[in-house]
Design a protein. Structure first.
Ligand code: SF4
Lengths: 578, 287
């Protein structure tokens, strides 16, 4: 049984496409800002060609009255500034017969792949309308069209447009405002596709990307040093952090490669300054050796891995959850550490702040797995407040009988000497060591230090944050990281179809809270592990950790397109039919 | 010339060695072979720390992997023994986190110029405020004497049994051309000049680099008909001090004089100075 379940959600999905330089993305960004100004929630994803810079692009938005964190199964409105190379996106722009396509009368015939959807087509002289205004541009006319159909108010749209284009000069921003108004009026005789609430009195929503939210979470956690090598899709986090670190007295150094950046973090952290980097798969692979050193020397640091399609150069501009194995198992030797994954754009702030505090308190490495979808997409969300964790790094001389950097303690945590503390001078070392930090290959020291480094992570009380649970039911959808949003929405839709569904979304992947997770899964009749990678990495990881029953199923597929809620609903229904 | 090998330093009698308080008692005896040049470089370094009156709680020593890499562990100082090739990026992070520390890197040629080569040139380019002492023993000693980026053409090693057929680096020229503000080369036996040079490098602001040519009798010398003291003798006999020589002309030749001396000593804004300048400008802007 397959149903179109998307009708339940009270949201509208809009896509604006165009070839390189057409301004589709600018149009989307201003529309998103106008959505925020109207007190609505929103999400904007952008699709770029594989070449990262230049070439065709699409802005894909979803707006709603309630918080939303994933794209819908279909688009209600598609506006084409032109249709060049549209085939490259067609997969990402599913349309249905009651979708509306707006096309420019001057830009030729619609591609067959769009006509096949049998959606309604509205042809408007978009470019002509723009050309009648000196300095006018089609994308601003399209903005007016989209805004009217989204139910937005013209006056506040003009305010937002002028504000967003202020740095382009008076002439441009005025011409743009005129175009916006023209586009708005050109469709005024049509029915609106969405009706927002009259904006209630609530604190202004945030317009933020996951990469920015990770940066914010890092600063809140206390990060004051960042070293990194640019890599898509993580670089914009560095661009956001660079000036803000300066403001708080920290600094960012652009390293010569990821081997350097991870070791610079270890140096800064050894010096007592919390340190973080942002990278993506290829960079994380290069860092693996350094991360092992941080684990062995018990030097805290945080890596944000904004996962892209892999392996190798893969698909740099698209999302995937395929670095889980690397994040969990990528280091040589037995190297226990933390792996976390934010569950939404907004959650990037919380999870990163938590990761920094955990890494500091547990003196270890924390790898935060976001991905291109979370990292580069922008959300209109409720404000994300700081969690203000109490967790701190233990430093200085703790016992009277002399300093032992790697003393075996009940909770596995020993005190870290910081350079300049004369009573706690020690050599930190990647060589296995004894409690003093002296290199040792004794049969007593190696197992004792391995156990210490594992024990401090496994005996720690992580509180309630290691997962999010929603709902009760026989069906249990187990997921992690960015796929969680689509799974939560799928479960809501399943519930409206009287299929009681529980969602367990893991925020802490390592160390896995095995006992607690097993207890939570026990009542479920049917368990499906949902994730965005080809080889079901999380499913196999959970199996290896013996938390899944024999008959648990896997819903795993690779990127480049994130899971959509309707797709999950259909898969669950199909699995029930079997 | 004071010639004091590590062995001599460590067996100076029951009264102990004057540098004993600088060392971690528990770690001695060290791992170095008899006749190895590394011990005397450590001695020169410690003496320089003393004469320069560097406060102990402002001293940090970082080393990588290899025979020289063990230095960090023997010194009574905040120190870090990084993975192979990474002491410079580690030291860079530490210096930025704690600018008041005097951060030193002591490591070998394989560590700094082969696996860590990229970091070396970028640190010199940035003119990051670090003092690097690179002990060049012409081969990979720790792993049993393999060919390296400094092995002279024709020299025999375990992985070049018929003679090395690669050109070696001219390390001082490499680092000078990248922008280091102080570049010198000395023999490990020339403890007095080496100590003075290290002291001098302490007073510089920016990236300093001292290459120390050190005999490795056990792994390099033995395979090249330079048994026991012969390699050291050869280095002393061929060495020639030419301060201020053009680094382009001091590549270590297969035969003939090995030029030592101070080659570069000039000023250039360091990474931290530029960062401070930037911060001052930003401050001005915001007030
Ligand atoms: S192998 Fe060579 S460099 Fe290493 S300790 Fe022995 S003599 Fe020194």
């Amino acid at each position: 049984m397959t149903v179109d379940s998307s009708t339940e959600t009270l949201s509208l999905s809009v896509a604006i496409t165009g070839s390189g330089g057409s301004g589709a993305i600018t149009c989307g960004l201003i529309l998103l800002e106008a959505v925020a100004a109207a007190g609505l929630y929103g999400l904007m994803s952008r699709s770029l060609g594989p070449q990262i810079r230049g070439g065709e692009s699409a802005a894909m938005l979803r707006i709603a009255r309630e918080p939303i964190d994933c794209l819908d199964d279909r688009f209600d409105l598609l506006i084409g500034l032109d249709w060049l190379n549209l085939e490259r996106f067609a997969d990402e722009l599913p349309l249905v017969p009651d979708s509306l396509i707006v096309t420019d009368t001057g830009k030729g015939r619609l591609p067959d792949c769009l006509l096949a959807s049998r959606a309604e087509v509205l042809a408007l002289p978009v470019k002509q309308l723009a050309d009648e205004i000196t300095g006018g541009r089609s994308n601003m006319v399209a903005l007016g069209i989209a805004a009217f159909l989204c139910g937005l108010d013209l006056n506040s749209l003009l305010v937002v447009t002028r504000r967003q284009l202020a740095d382009k000069g008076e002439k441009t921003s005025e011409a743009s405002a005129l175009c916006v108004a023209r586009g708005f009026r050109a469709v005024q005789n049509r029915a609106r596709l969405f009706r927002p609430y009259p904006a209630e009195d609530k604190p202004p929503l945030w317009n933020i990307s996951g990469n920015e939210a990770c940066g914010l979470g890092g600063l809140r956690g206390g990060i004051r040093f960042v070293a990194a090598y640019p890599i898509t899709p993580a670089s914009d986090m560095l661009e956001w952090l660079s000036p803000r670190l300066e403001e708080v007295g920290g600094s960012l150094l652009q390293a010569e490669d990821e081997l350097a950046s991870v070791n610079m973090l270890i140096g800064a952290s050894f010096g007592g300054v919390p340190a973080m980097t942002a990278t993506s798969g290829p960079g994380l692979s290069l860092m693996a050796e350094g991360l092992g050193l941080a684990v062995a020397s018990e030097t805290p640091l945080v890596v944000i891995n904004v996962t892209r399609g892999g392996p190798s150069t893969g698909i740099p501009t698209k999302s995937e959850q395929s670095d889980l194995n690397l994040a969990v198992f990528g280091m040589h030797g037995d190297a226990p550490h933390l792996v976390l994954a934010p569950l939404s754009i907004r959650d990037c702030a919380f999870t990163t702040e938590w990761a920094v505090r955990l890494a500091e308190a547990l003196q270890t490495v924390a790898i935060v797995l976001t991905d291109q979808f979370l990292g580069q997409n922008r959300g209109i969300t409720d404000p994300a407040h700081s969690a203000k964790f109490e967790l701190r790094r233990k430093t200085g001389l703790q016992n009277e009988d002399g300093y032992r950097r790697y003393a075996i303690a009940e909770d596995g945590l020993s005190s870290m000497g910081i350079p300049g503390m004369p009573e706690c001078i020690y050599t930190a070392d990647g060589l296995e060591h004894d409690e003093q930090g002296v290199p040792s290959n004794l049969t007593s020291d190696h197992p004792a230090q391995l156990a210490k480094r594992l024990h401090k992570l496994t005996c720690f009380d992580y509180g309630p944050h290691w997962l999010e649970i929603q709902g009760e039911g026989d069906v249990c959808l187990l997921t992690w990281g960015s796929t969680a949003a689509a799974v939560f929405e799928a479960a809501r839709r399943l519930r409206t179809q009287r299929i009681d569904t529980r969602v367990i979304a893991l925020r802490l992947l390592a160390p896995l809270q095995r006992e607690a997770l097993r207890d939570l899964l026990r009542p479920a009749m049917r368990i499906l592990v949902v994730e965005l990678n080809h080889q079901a990495q999380c499913f196999h990881y959970l199996h290896a950790q013996q938390v899944l029953p024999e008959d648990a199923g896997s819903l795993a597929r690779p990127g480049p397109i994130p899971w959509r809620p309707g797709e999950i609903v259909n898969q669950v229904l199909e699995s029930q039919d079997r | 010339m004071t010639v004091l090998t590590s062995q001599a330093a460590m067996t100076a009698g029951d009264a102990g060695h004057p540098l004993d308080p600088e060392l971690r008692e528990g770690r001695i005896p060290h791992i170095w072979c008899p006749g190895c040049g590394i011990g005397s470089v450590m001695q020169a370094f410690l003496e320089a720390v003393d004469t320069f009156q560097l406060e102990r709680n402002r001293l940090a020593v970082v080393s990588g992997i290899g025979c020289t890499g063990r230095v960090a562990g023997y010194l009574k100082a905040d120190s870090f023994h990084t993975t192979h090739g990474r002491p410079i990026p580690f030291a860079t992070g530490l210096k930025l986190a704690r600018p008041e520390l005097h951060v030193n890197v002591l490591s070998g040629d394989g560590d700094l110029a082969a696996i860590g080569g990229n970091h070396l040139i970028h640190a010199a380019r940035r003119n990051i405020d670090l003092n690097v002492v690179c002990i060049n023993n012409f081969n990979y000693g720790m792993t049993g004497g393999q060919v390296g980026p400094t092995t002279p053409l024709g020299a025999k090693t375990t992985t070049s049994p018929f003679g090395c057929h690669e050109h070696p680096f001219n390390l001082v020229d490499l680092v000078a051309s990248c922008g280091a503000v102080y570049v010198a080369r000395w023999l490990s036996m020339d403890v007095r000049r080496l100590r003075r040079s290290i002291e001098e490098s302490f007073s510089k602001t920016g990236f300093t680099f001292i290459e120390v040519l050190a005999p490795c009798p056990v792994n390099f010398g033995r395979r090249n008909q330079l048994d026991e003291a012969a390699q050291g003798r050869m280095l002393v006999e061929r060495s020639e001090i030419r301060n201020g020589a053009d680094t382009r002309e001091v590549a270590i030749p297969d035969e003939g004089p090995i030029v030592c001396g101070k080659f570069v000593d000039h000023e250039r804004p360091s990474y931290l100075q530029l960062l401070e300048g930037l911060r001052a400008r930003l401050q001005e802007h915001s007030t």
